[in-house]
Design a protein around this ligand. Structure first.
Ligand code: BGC
Length: 753
């Protein structure tokens, strides 16, 4: 049984173990250190080492004899994952483990709201505890470097400031519920291609300013208690044994006091992991099990090293009150309070990309709606690998529209195109599903197309649902392009020819190529994979019950080749490296002896990903190189106009501040996300054309005006000076660009810092 007496994690005891005068959130983890040392002194070496690797697929061991509970993990990041069998991911067949499916990462990011991220984290934390989970494997906060990235939908944004704010909100929300986050994947995990072996070669300044930012805030300001090193290498070393990332930066500079957990199958050696910052091998014990004991016997490692690692784990163990077995899983995981949070996030995430002649919201007189496209009925809770959720319920777009339309409006539906179900595992089904395509680029199905056009002709308005699915955008592989799949362009063109009153809704996690669709879509909505209440929220926006207020967290390039890593030929790298995570499950590899396996791995090609675009990620590239995107970062329309009053700006040694009046000039309540970018005319240091530095979501009643103040802490204006190996500030002129999107700047001012 867990010994409550050890649960000393109280605000009153908030004294820094390092003797700093102002302890930060990480220091809350050290309040039990003295007691922890005494407990460690009672443990055998075997008991200690037993804590350094998996016990089951989703737990690592405590010490029953001493009342130390096991540590239970759950994926993450947008719903507590279905319970699996002890030694794998297969379903355990439980009845009470249906969870709330929260909007996926890029949808959360489209809210541009740290508060909503906090609520989201809170919902995840509540449901984790109901399931007896101590650690959520999330948030997933890597920068969306590639439009094709398999995990773009899981990650937040292409921008570090936006990602960091959401990462912080999520972390605090989870941890305030007494559950730990395991923020992932640390670091520079921006592609799935060769993810288990690729070496991300990134310069130090870019690493600090772009790729580490979302982690840094969650660790330092949010007190994130655990961290998952990524599968890939960074500058030569695997993340799970990367001295620079784990020991120098995470523990050294950021003061991290908790523990690290390798990604599943992402531990690579005993010595590397022990010396360079890993605490727990997930899964398996071939590196951090008996070999640790053997290495201590030979003198290669010391027992003190093990003690230090155990201490870091126990700090979290005692900060998180263990949930007794007879208390966990006594009620359904999904809770109404959390479903409401999922709905609130979905409502604020939907992005109105285009709205010609005010075709949206749907006019009151609409009596017949043709909903076309399988993405209107596909459930999106599962798929995409680890981040799938067994949702208690999921309102699809079609269900949401039907419910909202009510009795007086006829809602017709046709699939329009075949669904591409992704790579097949095992033999093809005996009876082919007529609604499934064999190939992603299969042309439109003539019969489905004709049926859809027939409905379109009869309707007052057509709502076309396009986009991708979670077999196309998924962990484990990147897309080969961003084209709309399965002949969708052909379908939408035919629909438009039949009925000019057409709205397109894109259901996807990442950007798609809209060059063909855009000219035949008077209105375009980015609808995301939007969780349990996604269909409800979408219908509210389409019917104008609420005004859309999401803004793009990433750039929609006109064409893939315009985006930086592609333009520079940095991606894709043609080397076939072999994904070690996948190798872990390959029967021939599993049968090898440890020595044979190592030799096999050593002989694999060594793929590389060069980050020569530096900090010119996403809009930073498009702006600096004057490349016009299809839709710019930060873009998103409303049903009302917002007036931006004159901006006043000031700067002192702590912060740059701007104030202005924002007016809702429309006839309905609406939110606007205001964005403050910074340019540096005359700087000697190289900078992107402009960078986001502050933003706020502002709610305004119809006709209301508010004074909005945005603040940029001066420390956020620094750059990483490689010659000093430190943050540095270049004094000079700052141009402040205030706007509604990165390409819609409404006010400008200059200040000196
Ligand atoms: C993923 C992690 C996930 C883990 C456990 C890995 O494949 O990269 O994000 O938390 O599996 O499911």
């Amino acid at each position: 049984m867990y010994k409550k007496i050890l649960y000393l994690f109280a605000a009153a005891a908030l004294v820094s173990a390092c003797g700093q005068s102002t302890p930060g959130p990480q220091d809350r983890l050290t309040v039990n250190d003295k007691q922890i040392d005494k407990i460690i002194a009672q443990m055998t070496l075997e008991e200690k080492v037993n804590m350094l690797h998996s016990k089951t697929n989703m737990s690592s061991a405590g010490v029953e004899r001493l009342g130390i509970a096991d540590m239970h993990y759950a994926d993450g990041p947008f719903g507590i994952r279905e319970e699996g069998v002890p030694n794998g991911f297969q379903s355990a067949g439980w009845q009470l483990d249906s969870a709330t499916y929260f909007p996926t990462g890029s949808a959360l990011a489209a809210t541009w709201s740290e508060d909503l991220a906090y609520q989201y984290g809170k919902g995840m934390g509540i449901e984790a505890r109901l399931r007896g989970k101590d650690v959520i494997l999330g948030p997933a906060v890597n920068i969306q470097r590639l439009p094709v990235g398999g995990r773009t939908y899981e990650y937040l944004s292409e921008d570090p400031i936006l990602s960091a704010a959401l990462s912080l909100g999520y972390t605090k929300g989870v941890q305030d519920q007494g559950t730990a986050v395991c923020i992932k994947h640390f670091a520079v995990n921006n592609q799935e291609t060769n993810r288990g072996s690729v070496d991300a070669q990134v310069d130090e300044r870019t690493l600090r300013e772009i790729y580490l930012k979302p982690f840094e805030r969650a660790i330092i300001e949010g007190g994130a208690m655990s961290v998952m090193p990524a599968y890939n290498k960074v500058n030569g070393d695997y993340c799970s044994e990367n001295e620079h990332l784990l020991n120098e930066i995470l523990r050294g500079e950021w003061g991290f006091k908790g523990f690290t957990v390798s990604d599943w199958g992402g531990t690579h050696s005993t010595m590397g992991a022990m010396l360079h910052g890993l605490n727990v091998q997930m899964t398996g014990d071939n590196y951090l099990g008996q070999p640790v004991i053997d290495s201590i016997a030979t003198g290669a490692l010391t027992e003190q090293m093990v003690n230090d690692k155990v201490k870091q784990i126990l700090r979290v163990r005692y900060a998180i009150e263990a949930i007794p077995d007879d208390v966990a899983n006594t009620q359904m995981t999904s809770q109404p309070e959390c479903q409401q949070i999922a709905k609130a996030v979905a409502e604020k995430s939907i992005v109105l990309l285009k709205n010609e002649s005010g075709i949206l919201p749907l006019a009151g007189g609409v009596k017949k709606i043709a909903v076309i496209g399988q993405n209107a009925v596909l459930k999106t809770q599962s798929g995409g690998m680890g981040a799938g959720v067994k949702a208690l319920y999921e309102v699809t777009p079609l269900e949401g529209i039907r419910k909202r339309a009510g009795a007086g409006v006829e809602v017709l539906y046709a699939p329009g195109y075949k669904n591409f179900p992704g790579r097949r595992w095992g033999p093809a089904p005996a009876v082919k599903n007529p609604l499934e395509a064999d190939a992603i680029d299969e042309p439109a199905d003539k019969k489905l197309l004709a049926e859809a056009v027939k409905l379109a002709k009869q309707a007052d308005i057509v709502i076309f649902f396009g986009g991708t699915n979670k077999s196309i955008e998924t962990e484990g592989s990147d897309r080969t392009n961003i084209d709309l799949p399965v002949g969708q362009n052909e379908v939408v063109k035919a629909l438009y020819a039949a009925n000019k009153n057409l709205v397109t809704v894109l259901i996807s996690g990442g950007p798609t190529d809209l060059r063909q669709l855009e000219p035949v879509s008077p209105a375009i909505v980015q609808g995301w994979w939007n969780g349990t209440e996604g269909g409800t929220a979408l219908a509210e926006v389409l019917f104008g019950d609420i005004a859309p207020s999401g803004k793009l967290p990433f750039t929609f390039p006109a064409k893939l080749e315009d985006s930086p890593a592609f333009a520079l030929g940095n991606f894709p790298d043609k080397t076939q490296g072999g994904d070690l995570f996948t190798l872990m499950y390959r029967e021939d590899v599993l049968k090898m002896s440890p020595e044979e396996r190592q030799a096999f791995i050593d002989a694999l090609p060594k793929p590389v990903s060069k980050y020569t675009e530096g900090s010119l990620v996403g809009y930073r590239w498009f702006d600096t190189k004057n490349v016009k995107p299809m839709y710019a970062f930060g873009h998103g329309l409303s049903y009302v106009n917002f007036g931006y009053g004159e901006m006043s700006a000031s700067a002192d040694q702590n912060a740059v501040k701007v104030s202005f009046e924002l007016a809702n000039e429309g006839g309905m309540d609406a939110d606007e996300v205001v964005q403050l970018y910074v340019a540096r005319p005359g700087a000697t240091v190289e900078w992107p054309a402009k960078e986001l530095k502050a933003f706020a979501r502002v709610s305004l009643k119809a006709g209301e005006k508010k004074t909005v103040t945005l603040e940029i802490p001066v420390k956020d204006l620094r750059y990483w000076n490689v010659s000093k190996n430190a943050w540095d500030l270049e004094h000079g002129t700052l141009q402040l660009l205030l706007g509604a999107a990165s390409d819609d700047i409404r006010q400008q001012a200059t200040v000196s810092i």
